[in-house]
Design a protein around this ligand. Structure first.
Ligand code: HEC
Ligand code: HEC
Ligand code: HEC
Ligand code: HEC
Length: 486
């Protein structure tokens, strides 16, 4: 019934919204007929009844208003449909690019995105992130819908109409299964579940491992504050701001960095646990069904440890002498700044234990699990403190910024420099230093971190990336700081 209603009244909406969005040329390689469910057979529909179809949310009187004068919450679904990258996340899978990825990944040679074998592979490997895998398969086309971020509507749909709903404040999240998107920390964890990955979610395995990257999937260089900036808002911020900028960027960066690293470490320990369990099965000569995951997983390491796609550069020649693979430079870069001075020693010790094991020739899953669990506890503890801390004071932000300007990454690989730039920019923004917007735009263009979508960035940044473009930025900011001091 719901689906039938969807087919007749929302067909045009989805097509119009999706296909006339400004990015349409990259998405569309075929017309998707919404009257024809994408996949009808041999897939389980087991969970479909537990979740509401997004259609429920999109009624005109709920979140699907087309009236530009309507309140933001009334237009939330319309904004999502027209602008949100998640609305096209499944359509992205029905492209030649995706077909090539899946063919390489599964060693198949499906010739078209209509092939049932191809669609089946998408169900196995991709929909956990590119769609709401818990809704019915005929709704896949709607991509990563409202419930991937807000939780299962069947659990709170009736309460959330009520007049007392909003007045409960953030307690409404404790009293229902609605996911807490309001708290920055919990919101970052929601994003991380796909943008970093997780193994044991109710959505199944959400993982982009090296196998998938080698088949052509873009790497996941997620940063919470940057992606929040990029994410088209379908809500009003409490401070009433209407542009997309993130208020208190440094604080957002800090909470995001701690929360994302916690999720990152959790993924690592779940991987190690999987391997440990299959080793145990092998020792007990139980059936270990050949689905063992590769260990160590190569995406745990910095891409540039093995891939040197960049042109020869002086600084790069001195990088090699470390001789070992480095554990995830992207995640660990500038992480120390998220800890107050007095806790930095403890932080470094914790990280070092984990890194030493991971960077040894044969990392032991059990040792990795122990070190990862300790590190996770430390991160969660700091996150709890940071959430309740008062606003960042300008004096300590200045100090942090001066420190950053003083220690530009010694090994200026893309994975080290971009995180440096992200946190520096957050501080510059909070301290309201008037850096020329053109300079920033130029840097953003050169590092290629505005958006991966449709770009060639696959390993460690654009081929012509040159870390020295930051020199001008560094001296400009320093000058502004000094002139302000006078
Ligand atoms: C990628 C994650 C994501 C998706 C997908 C998503 N939302 Fe949101 N939504 C958010 C975030 C983050 C907020 C901000 C929450 C806050 O500040 O309380 C939000 C806020 C809202 C709000 C305002 C809530 C309030 O209390 O002010 C509404 C209404 C809403 N979303 C509806 C929807 C609908 C309807 C859809 C699907 C059509 C959807 N969202 C899809 C992340 C998402
Ligand atoms: C269900 C998994 C899932 C969740 C949860 C999720 N995302 Fe995404 N996100 C994706 C996928 C898949 C894409 C790629 C879509 C595409 O390219 O068509 C994406 C794309 C994006 C993009 C565009 C990427 C670019 O390079 O421009 C932004 C921005 C983004 N997500 C932000 C967020 C934020 C912020 C949150 C949390 C509030 C979030 N996402 C939660 C799966 C998810
Ligand atoms: C420990 C070494 C190592 C690390 C670290 C590593 N790779 Fe690879 N990568 C390889 C090897 C070996 C191959 C060729 C064999 C294969 O396809 O698996 C490869 C192949 C690839 C390919 C296929 C294209 C090509 O050049 O052959 C891509 C793309 C890729 N890796 C991306 C990445 C990304 C992104 C990262 C970081 C998240 C990464 N790799 C980290 C060793 C590594
Ligand atoms: C762990 C979650 C996850 C899984 C599983 C996953 N993806 Fe993605 N995918 C993402 C995210 C997140 C992005 C956006 C990356 C970004 O912009 O940072 C993305 C982006 C893409 C893109 C856009 C690339 C571009 O340059 O525009 C393609 C194509 C893609 N995925 C295909 C696939 C295919 C095919 C599969 C299954 C074989 C798959 N993905 C599985 C999360 C996932």
């Amino acid at each position: 019934m719901l689906i039938a209603m969807f087919a007749c009244s929302f067909d045009w909406l989805a097509l119009k919204g999706v296909y006339s969005s400004s990015n349409s040329e990259i998405y569309v390689t075929k017309r998707v007929d919404l009257d024809q469910p994408v996949q009808q057979t041999d897939l389980t529909e087991a969970n479909s009844s537990a979740k509401l179809s997004i259609v429920g949310c999109m009624a005109t009187s709920c979140h699907g208003s087309n009236n530009p004068q309507a309140l933001t919450w009334q237009r939330a679904g319309t904004i999502w449909l027209q602008k949100d990258p998640h609305a096209t996340a499944y359509i992205r899978l029905l492209t030649e690019e995706s077909l090539a990825i899946v063919n390489r990944l599964t060693n198949a040679s499906w010739s078209s995105t209509d092939s049932s074998g191809f669609l089946y592979a998408l169900e196995q490997k991709c929909v956990s992130c590119h769609a709401n895998s818990l809704s019915s398969t005929s709704n896949r086309i709607l991509g990563a819908d409202c419930q991937v971020c807000h939780g299962p509507a069947s659990a709170w749909k009736d309460q959330h109409y009520s007049s007392t709903w909003k007045s409960q404040g953030s307690r409404r999240f404790d009293n229902s299964e609605m996911l807490n998107t309001e708290s920055i920390a919990s919101r970052a964890a929601i994003c991380a579940s796909c943008h970093i990955g997780e193994l044991n979610s109710e959505h199944g395995v959400r993982e982009v491992n090296h196998e998938l990257m080698a088949a052509g999937h873009p790497p996941m260089h997620f940063d919470f504050s940057t992606f929040m900036n990029r994410y088209p808002r379908h809500w009003d911020e409490p401070d009433g701001s209407t542009d997309n900028s993130v208020p208190q960027e440094f604080r957002t960066w800090k909470l995001g960095k701690l929360a994302l690293t916690a999720e990152r470490v959790k993924l690592l320990s779940d991987r190690a646990t999987d391997v440990e369990q299959s080793l145990t099965r092998q020792r007990d000569s139980l059936n270990s069904d050949g689905d063992n995951r590769p260990w160590p997983e190569l995406t745990e390491y910095s891409c540039y440890s093995c891939h040197h796609s960049l042109q020869d550069a002086k600084w790069r020649r001195s990088v090699g002498n470390k001789g070992q693979y480095e554990w995830d430079a992207w995640t660990t870069a500038e992480l120390e700044l998220a800890f107050p001075r007095e806790k930095q020693v403890e932080f470094r010790a914790c990280l070092q234990t984990l890194q030493n094991e991971l960077e040894s020739p044969l990392p032991q899953p059990k040792t990795v699990i122990n070190a990862a669990v300790d590190f996770h506890v430390l991160l969660e503890r700091e996150l709890a403190v940071a959430i309740n801390a008062p606003m960042e004071d300008p004096a300590s932000m200045r100090q942090a910024l001066l420190g950053l300007l003083d220690r530009f990454p010694k090994q200026p690989t893309w994975e080290a420099v971009v995180p440096w730039f992200i946190v520096t920019r957050a501080l510059v923004s909070d301290l309201k230093l008037p850096v020329d917007k053109k300079l920033i735009a130029n840097i953003e263009k050169q590092i290629g971190y505005q958006s991966y979508v449709g770009t060639e960035i696959r390993v460690d940044g654009p081929k012509d990336f040159d870390p020295w473009i930051f020199e001008e930025y560094r001296s400009t900011v320093l000058e502004l700081m000094n002139s302000r001091q006078k």
